[in-house]
Write a protein of this length. Structure first.
Length: 200
């Protein structure tokens, strides 16, 4: 089992200020869709946000069936690295499945396979590399990477990709998922109104 971490910060500038986590996908908020995919695999789901009141009504509606809570960044508005760091601090499991709040096609099957590999290989992280592109979100990380994340944040180094330079991690490419009949659509994210319209 894992702790799920949903990074729900950001300014949402390219979406005209609309919160991507609350955009409807097939009739339900994107965040709720993510929670439903994550909860069977995760004993706990953390929504990292500095505006918890925005999400409270939605989370209250599912609190009886899911262990989900909002947690704040300790390094505010410093990007996904600070969100990963916050998740590590509050996680109850040794493995974290970390995703962005703008990813509508999360795959528990993909996360489960990556988590097993992370444990079997005793690595700091397992990261999808799809069609040659590294996707540090929808990755699986050991909780212990939080210490290295904090060291970088303290030095005002805020790039999540920069963290990978300090980790022992495994890249899992298309073949890894194809062999397990897992679609690689899980790396899709919504960055613009046009992408949102296309996904809908």
């Amino acid at each position: 089992m894992m702790t799920g971490v949903i990074l729900a910060g950001g300014q949402n500038r390219r979406m005209g200020g609309k919160l991507k986590a609350l955009l409807p996908i097939e009739g339900e908020a994107l965040l709720l869709r993510q929670l439903k995919e994550m909860s069977p695999l995760c004993t706990q789901v953390l929504v990292v946000t500095n505006t918890p009141d925005v999400f409270s009504p939605l989370l209250a509606a599912v609190s009886s069936t899911m262990n989900v809570q909002c947690v704040p960044d300790r390094y505010v508005q410093k990007g996904p690295l600070s969100g990963l760091h916050a998740g590590c601090l509050d996680a109850t499991e040794s493995l974290l499945w970390v995703v962005g709040c703008d990813m509508p096609f999360l795959s528990a099957d993909a996360a489960k396979a990556m988590g097993k590999l992370c444990q079997d290989e005793n690595k700091d992280a397992v990261i999808p590399v799809i069609n040659g592109r590294i996707h540090p979100l929808h990755g699986v990380y050991a909780q212990s990477v939080g210490q290295r994340a904090e060291a970088l944040l303290a030095k005002e180094q805020y790039r999540l990709m920069g963290l990978l330079n300090h980790l022992e991690w495994v890249a899992v490419e298309n073949d890894f998922f194809n062999k397990r009949q897992i679609s690689t659509l899980f790396t899709t994210n919504i960055n613009s109104p046009e992408q949102y319209d296309s996904i809908r």
